[in-house]
Design a protein around this ligand. Structure first.
Ligand code: SAM
Length: 277
């Protein structure tokens, strides 16, 4: 089959099936076959099943099938379902799963017990909920390789002291090793989005053991509640002030520090001091 991720093929498919990209589903189709190939090659393992969210007209799906054991692609847009089933009718490795990815229960999915990778050019309006559904799942995921808006990628990988650093950066870096694969210019999409994109990989890592992971995440979120306020002022809304001050002192944090100055390990120390580990 010819590459779908080209200007000619994309226009041909859109015309043949009388389709228009739908803004409400965040549809921006990739039209650069080299970029698509590179993303798929980086994400897939030949002995692992791949989950894709939002195959669109199948440009990335086609490449994922080259490198993965099997591909399950979730598509919400009913109009695209017959198109995808027609394009991939002779491709036994690809299965399209209709419906909203955010509403599925992984236990009902055919890939629930498989070793998995996830690869997607994500619909930008629901990037964070999709990622957190995956992060909080009990699936066996080796890596999640996704295209997101560049500014979102920058926030995920921001380190302490940078203006992009926030609660999500800390939580994501606690859970995964992040790899920035490439910046993708807006010119390689049809229709063209307003901003550039980036491809990042979240790779499973050995996590620092914590008594209660969700209590740690809550502490991090509370710490960043209001950016202009000090760490202490943000935390005292939720926790006992004398406990906070003692825990901060024991973790080597200055009284007037702000959350954005603390790296991951300092947050872990603070959490441990506050839970009296
Ligand atoms: N993978 C294609 C590509 O790279 O050209 C299309 C990517 S496009 C940015 C996002 C895709 O996600 C669209 O096909 C859209 O219909 C689909 N989508 C949007 N919301 C979804 C949801 N909640 N569940 C599943 N698919 C969704």
């Amino acid at each position: 089959m010819r590459d779908i991720a080209t200007v000619t093929m994309t226009n041909e498919i859109l015309e043949r099936y009388d389709l228009k990209a739908k803004k409400k589903f965040g549809q921006n189709f990739l039209i650069d076959a080299n970029i698509v190939d590179k993303i798929a090659k980086n994400a897939c393992r030949s002995d692992m099943v791949c989950i894709e969210i939002g195959p669109g007209i199948g440009s990335l799906t086609q490449k994922l099938a080259l490198y993965a054991k099997k591909v399950y692609a979730h598509e919400i847009d009913e109009q695209l379902l017959p198109v995808l089933n027609d394009i991939f009718k002779d491709e036994p490795k690809i299965e399209i799963i209709p419906g909203d990815f955010l509403k599925i229960d992984f236990k009902d999915m055919p890939y629930y017990d498989e070793a998995l990778v996830v690869c997607a050019n994500l619909p930008y309006y629901i990037t964070t909920p999709i990622l957190f559904k995956l992060f909080e799942s009990d699936l066996q995921i080796d890596n999640i390789t996704v295209m997101v808006q560049k500014e979102v990628a920058d926030r995920f990988r921001a380190t302490s002291g940078s203006s992009d650093y926030n609660a999500l950066s800390v939580i994501v870096q606690y859970l995964y090793d992040l790899k920035y694969l490439m910046t993708v210019p807006k010119q390689v999409f049809n229709p063209r989005p307003q901003v550039d994109s980036a491809v990042i990989t979240f790779k499973q890592k050995e996590r620092i053991p914590l008594i209660d992971q969700s209590a740690f995440f809550a502490l991090v979120k509370n710490a960043f509640r209001a950016r202009r306020k000090t760490l202490y002022n943000n935390l005292k809304e939720t926790y006992d002030p004398s406990l906070i001050l003692k825990a901060m002192a024991n973790s080597g944090i200055k009284d007037n520090a702000r959350a954005q100055e603390l790296d991951l390990m300092t947050f872990v120390n603070l959490y441990e001091e506050m839970t009296d580990v």
